[in-house]
Design a protein around this ligand. Structure first.
Ligand code: SF4
Length: 418
């Protein structure tokens, strides 16, 4: 798809449905309790869905890594148990994305044990992440990742959620910094990792993509990308630069935010619209994207997403419905562009992070995790949320979100348990 046709592909932004990895922050990371959740080794349930879908998911080359990867990958914010992993391999999904903090630190342990038990390490592409205070911290933290995952090497090692509130402002330049470059070189030399990169869903995303293109050493970037963001000129220019630098590009949060607008979604579903599958296809339609990391906590969702991957051409009818759906719901979901609204509120207020936690609470059904993330924001930030006038931020928001109302909901739902 040409750049022009891609940009005209959809007018709008985000959605509901099956997918995407839930993030976390440094405070939520590294529960080093190595107790294993034994559900990972449970006997396959008798009522597991029959494997009606045959065939393999298409593959693409992941940028400069040269690796052939499936266009659909497993996120790791759920139990990747024996059944899930076995079914993944049947479908050609050998790419598993986890992090230090998923499932309170259990995700890596579970994945490592399952892959070891199934003898699938060598066939797998394992991605994990850390939250360094500075890139050089990764020279130390890598050993914990390897230990928990029961492996000698990671295929890909990310800085997680670059640009979130936990990082210093200058982190936007890390993807072109000497320090991060040397970390990658050293870890590769030690054969502890094969490739290096970062994930990002913050407002700095365009700048971080451009910095990576300039720096020349980042192998892969995973970033928030969905049908709501495909028409952003600033983001598209940055993606073009990263693609030109042959950086592997991985989409996450492809569903564009699962906000509580079920009534609106149902109106589209009554027309036969499968919002989750269409949202995936909208991202696959962008040839610059190499793969999608998807949150697929059930075999049914794996099945649906795999079916979409095998028939990944989006029809005109789907395209039209997705566009209409985006237009009807854009004002209900935060798009993470907090560089636009943040200058209009006191410095300590973190609109993007807070509304993302609210999304985890309301739409990912991750209430405990959402509250934990919220509680890890500085006390003065949480205190200020209900005392702040958001009217100027609302005026600046290109999607016309009722920011004040949503922040109050976040404070009520996430803050009343601390
Ligand atoms: S509130 Fe509006 S401007 Fe701020 S991050 Fe969300 S969508 Fe972007």
């Amino acid at each position: 798809m040409s750049d022009c046709s891609r940009r005209n592909f959809l007018k709008g932004s985000a959605l509901l449905g099956a997918a995407t990895v839930i993030g976390c922050n440094a405070g939520g990371s590294a529960n080093n309790n190595a107790d294993l959740d034994t559900r990972a080794f449970a006997t396959p349930p008798k009522d597991a869905p029959t494997n009606i879908l045959k065939g393999q998911i298409p593959t693409k080359i992941l940028g400069k890594t040269g690796e052939k990867v499936p266009i659909l990958a497993h996120g790791g914010m759920y139990d990747l148990n024996n059944v899930m992993v076995g079914r993944a391999f049947e479908l050609g999904i050998n790419y598993f994305d986890t992090a230090d903090c998923y499932l309170g630190g259990q995700s890596e342990i579970i994945l490592g044990r399952v892959l070891e038990k199934q003898g699938k390490r060598k066939e797998s592409f394992i991605v994990s992440k850390d939250h360094p205070h500075q890139p050089s911290d990764m020279l130390r933290t890598i050993d914990t990742r390897l230990e928990k995952l029961r492996t000698d090497y990671l295929d890909l090692y990310y800085i997680h959620q670059l640009g979130d509130g936990e990082y210093p402002k200058e982190c936007v330049n890390w993807p072109k910094s000497k320090e991060f470059r040397e970390v990658g070189e050293q870890l590769k030399k030690q054969k502890k990792i094969r490739f290096i990169g970062f994930s990002c869903h913050a407002g700095i995303l365009p700048q971080a993509l451009e910095a990576a293109a300039e720096g020349g050493f980042i192998d892969v970037i995973m970033f928030r990308y969905n049908f709501r963001s495909v028409n952003s000129d600033e983001l598209n220019k940055a993606i073009d630069k990263a693609k030109k630098a042959n950086i592997g590009l991985v989409a996450m949060k492809t569903q564009g935010g699962r906000v509580s607008f079920k009534d609106k979604a149902d109106a589209f579903k009554s027309k036969g619209f499968n919002d989750a599958q269409s949202a995936l296809k909208a991202v696959w339609a962008d040839e610059r994207i190499d793969t999608i990391v998807s949150h697929m906590p059930t075999l049914q969702i794996v099945q649906e997403n795999a079916m979409a991957a095998m028939q990944n051409q989006i029809s005109e009818a789907e395209q039209k419905l997705l566009q209409e759906y985006a237009q009807a719901t854009n004002h209900l979901v935060c798009h993470g562009c907090d560089h636009i609204c943040s200058p209009h509120v006191p410095q300590e207020i973190r609109i993007g992070d807070t509304l993302r936690y609210l999304m985890y609470h309301d739409n990912y059904n991750e209430q405990v995790w959402a509250r934990e993330l919220y509680s890890q924001m500085p006390a003065q930030t949480r205190l200020a949320i209900l005392q702040t006038d958001y009217s100027r931020a609302e005026e600046a928001c290109p999607h016309k979100l009722e920011i004040g109302k949503m922040m109050a909901q976040a404070a009520l739902k996430l803050g009343n348990h601390i």
